[in-house]
Design a protein around this ligand. Structure first.
Ligand code: PLP
Length: 388
């Protein structure tokens, strides 16, 4: 039989390291999965119930590509209140998760060969999103000693005439770092000076352990060059409903609607009804989940930090914990696979998040407390007896 041709643009993409680790664990007994980044909680019952009632009332059809008009109106209020920037429904697009926002934004903004500045460590999927949109990722490294936030001068030094987009993610996956206000002020100046569009991925913005995370969108002059990506996935434990949203300059949103239209027609109609219910529900459900994540991250962090040679970055948000285990093995892939084989614990090797996180392991604190505790116990045993 003749060889089936696979497009080189797809063939060159690597499979997700996270999913690869989970696949390796398949068939093993007693596995504790601290790999995949999604809340373990079930979507709050009142959200599910309302979505199902709406489905029975006929919300089972296509919605407009831009989104369910009721959801757009509700988000216009929520976003305008939260950001202090008047953001009408025309400046919002409902997407298939945060992923849909990334796809639509990058495809709309990039010409072939345009560069996207990406702060390391970063969400691995950004690389594929940029490649699929014809762009080139330019990584700006940072270290644990720098709090995993690169100095603004380092970002400036990476700018070239082909730079078009600066991608920020706060709170960050995998570090949990929250970008401070003075950093955002300086980044805003840089973006204006070099005519960059800022893509601000804020999908973890409601999972913060201190004061609310600030956004570059609210900086003077930035609403007209910032596209914020957000999602219902992490905030409301709604990963499977696949509803996200983005907001920014109306002219950009108008063009992005075309991508959403041709790629997906619209986000799930029932999912969007669930999103409306999520915004209407008592937000104490969000606080409750956030407090559980905060306690888990602190517990896991304390226990791992007590191990000789392990350095922990204390996250200010998200539900991830990045542990620097370089003292044991600088090759995070080897270390993560050994941990899985010897103790059946899935974590994500740091190299997946860029060279800045090589030697680290990402632990997702998304299992119930007792199971997470057992996973950390097994990691401690593994490291205490580790020989390469
Ligand atoms: N952005 C970041 C930083 C993420 O970690 C994720 C999911 O893990 C997403 C975007 C996409 O989330 P979703 O498409 O479920 O909204």
């Amino acid at each position: 039989m003749q060889q089936l041709h696979i497009s080189s643009s797809i063939a060159q993409l690597r499979f997700s390291v996270i999913r690869e680790m989970v696949a390796m664990a398949r068939g093993m007994a007693r596995v504790i999965n601290l790999g995949i980044g999604e809340p373990d909680f079930t979507t709050p019952a009142e959200i599910i119930d309302q979505a199902l009632r709406d489905a029975h009332r006929g919300h089972t059809h296509y919605t407009p590509s831009q989104g369910d008009p009721e959801l757009l109106d509700r988000l216009a209020e929520v976003v305008s209140r939260k950001t202090g920037i008047a953001t009408p429904a025309a400046s919002i697009l409902i997407t298939v998760g945060g992923m849909g926002g990334l796809t639509a934004a990058l495809r709309t903004l990039l010409e072939s060969g345009d560069e996207v500045l990406l702060l390391e460590p970063h969400f691995p999927d950004y690389l594929a999103h940029i490649t699929l949109a014809g762009g080139v990722a330019v990584a700006v490294p940072s270290s644990l000693a720098e709090g995993f936030i690169p100095p603004v001068e380092r970002i400036a030094a990476a700018i070239t005439p082909r730079s078009r987009v600066l991608l920020l993610n706060s709170p960050n996956n995998p570090t949990g770092a929250v970008l401070p206000g003075d950093f955002l002020d300086r980044v805003a100046e840089l973006a204006i000076r070099h005519n960059l569009v800022v893509l601000s991925d804020e999908v973890y913005d409601q999972i913060v352990f201190g004061p609310p995370a600030e956004s570059v969108y609210s900086r003077p002059g930035m609403a007209e060059r910032t596209l914020v990506i957000n999602s219902f996935s992490k905030t409301y434990a709604m990963t499977g409903w696949r509803v996200g949203y983005c907001y920014g300059p109306t002219r950009l949103i108008e063009q992005m609607v075309k991508v959403a239209n041709y790629a997906t027609a619209c986000a799930s109609s029932v999912g969007q009804r669930a999103a409306i219910a999520a915004l209407a529900t008592d937000q104490a459900v969000v606080d409750l989940m956030r407090d559980r994540f905060a306690a888990r991250v602190a517990m896991a962090g304390d226990r791992l930090a007590a191990l000789p040679g392990v350095k922990i970055f204390r996250p200010q948000g998200s539900f991830y914990l990045l542990a620097d285990c370089r003292a044991y093995n600088g090759n995070s892939r080897e270390l993560a696979i050994d941990l899985l084989r010897r103790q059946q614990v899935v974590v994500v090797p740091g190299y997946a998040f860029g060279a800045s996180a090589e030697g680290c392991l990402r632990i997702a604190c998304t299992r119930p407390e007792a199971e997470l505790g057992e996973g950390i116990e097994r990691m401690s045993t593994f490291l205490a007896t580790y020989r390469q």
